[in-house]
Design a protein around this ligand. Sequence first.
Ligand code: BGC
Length: 779
Amino acid sequence: MVNDIDKLISQMTLHEKVMLCTGDNMWKTKAYEHLGIPSILMSDGSSGVRFQKNSDVSGDISFYESISGSFDSAEAVANTHEATCFPSNSTVSCSWNPELVYEIGQAIARECRRLGIHLLLGPGMNIRRHPLTARNFEYYSEDPCLTGEIAAAMVKGVQDGGVGASPKHFACHNSDTKRTRVNVTVEERALREIYLAGFERVVRKARPATIMSAYNKINGVQTSEDPELLNGILRGEWGFDGVVVSDWGAVKDAAAATRAGLDLQMPLSLSSSAYLENAVRNGELDEELIDLRVKNIVQLIFRLTENYEPLAEVDFTEHHRLARAAAAESIVLLKNEQGVLPLAPGKAKKLAVVGRLAAEPLYQGTGCAIVNAKEVDIPLEHIRKLCPEGMEVRYAPGYHADGSTDAALLEEADLLAREADVVLVFAGAFLPEESDDYNRKDMDIEPGHEQLIAAICAANPNTVLILANGESVMMPWADQAKAVLETWFSGEGMGEALATILFGHVNPSGKLSATIPEKLSDTPAFLSFPGNLTELHYSEGIYVGYRYYDMKGIAPRYPFGHGLSYTQFAYSNLTLSEPEVHLPSVLKLTVDITNTGEVYGKEVVQLYLAQPHSKLPRPPQELKGFAKVALHPGETKSVEFLLEERDFACYNPECGEWSAASGSYTFRVGASSRDIRLTAEVQVSNPAEPVAKFRTDSGFPELLQNETARQIFYQFMIENGLVTPEQVDNKLDELLAGSFWGILSFMDMHSAGVITYEKMNDVIQRINALLEEAAPGRQ
Ligand code: BGC
């Protein structure tokens, strides 16, 4: 096969090659029938397929026509093929259930195959750094472990279903203001531990067919043109063997992108292909580099087309059932005082449903993630349907479709609420229109919705709030309500899923995949978001999400991992396979979970790790694993976690690699990041712990801590007549370790010219060489 591709490439003209490095149109690659290279078709869709009806038309349209219309208009949606709208990524991550996400991936793949799509442009998986980022609903979590696990399940599901995936946007695409040109400045540790770690997990676990590079720059370099990011980290370190595709219109310099490792520039760019062709002809760009890109693209095309099985039909009824199940697993019960939920005839005879969103649900986001849902469950209808005999349901809209309200609407809802035993208030936050300044302006729900909540909470103490928003909102009014259910953007099955939870047919099991702050000014990136014009500095470093709230001791409104159930779970018997682990051995941790309540339910068991005496600063805890267990009342199950070297490691910027330091660590097992039930300590020893290379400006404390380095250096001092062997034994360590100067400066000041630059460089090189010999692979 490899030889065949090389042969094919040798038969291609330069023009044919460069035309394959860009799209044939908006959504396709170019086909070369005479060479037996078909085209592949791609389409958006993290949580459902967004396939435009005119996608296969490459025809000529005027400039004006081509810039008219938006993604979100009713016309644009109607012009999109029908598909199943699953919960958004920010929602489905609250299920903490990779198996479920895998199933969704498979369903999406089937819908792709029905439409002839070979490559799905998703999932979106950037870190939810700041809650105002408009596209956060397309991303999974503030935590890289949860993000990576869920994204890997999605990619596997899609790809096992016979379609390629394109995790996006690689990397640091965490804000939508000036998103096509913002320059993110981020320290290397945060880049590795927070922003790249999820992508790394996906590449290693799920082998995605492609990765989509982002629009932004990182530390001054365009991500699509960054050789260290694409050729170095992605391909070199992680072993990515697929195609790097650009975000739509993200390439500024096609030759730089080609050199850096970007294969496919989307969509069609005639100016780029002409530029590449000229660059080769002028000798500025090596044709072999183009060949390498073409080879990757052709390999991808064959990978995605060779066994491709188009589907004439898919079972949309079954997919709708899956969308409902996914919504039901992802909705989070944030608060439930006095067991107001689930609703039962004994607790309520008259139920008031207020808020237009009950009849016209808000269940998905906008832009390139929008889906033309085939069938949408209406919450009000399903509440009426599931409402037990003897319970009456009455409805008032409470506000207008645009989110505003007026006295008449409020009064009507208020009257209904006063006569009811329990009131369900539907409220939410709409997304802004896509623009160059697309981030949300605040974390508030719609003003009319807020007014309605205030009125109803004053009218009836048994108020249940049902929220719909793609990312967290401020909820000062939550204190006045008895219960709060967060439905997020939970897709077309939300209406039924919600009703099953309200009436206790389904026990809620969603847990927060991002912290809900008390107020905007508490958020980690508050001071640096969305940045100065096009400069965006990630000032909080590694302290993103709960890592920040924990470090600062700030109480969020609801912590990461929080979510209530209609039953209770007890945690016991936390056991480690060894009290001490010698890396690279794997450690096994087990814990028993018991359903101590009355009803069947699912618990998300979360495993965090702390390293209290770390040399490098570390957050108080980091998520290292999780498991969702289903338990009948009285049932106990044992949950097992396997911890590898990497789980203990942080990224050591001095050594330029991941490093698991020897020392003591604490496992923290719990029901949320702030509800830790059990802890256990483990001693870790790592014989291959990386050490930074010594330099002439290294300090004496580091040098003297390393016995090999210490001995060579003292020998060097003796040989140069600076100290005697007796002086070495007599307090020399103490005298030198007190220095705050680098080694060279200190020796220079005290050796009267005996220690030259050359001598110093020589001894440092000897030390490094010896250490490298003793521990190969050391930096
Ligand atoms: C978005 C991508 C999307 C692409 C194609 C871009 O503007 O950032 O997420 O896949 O358009 O629609």
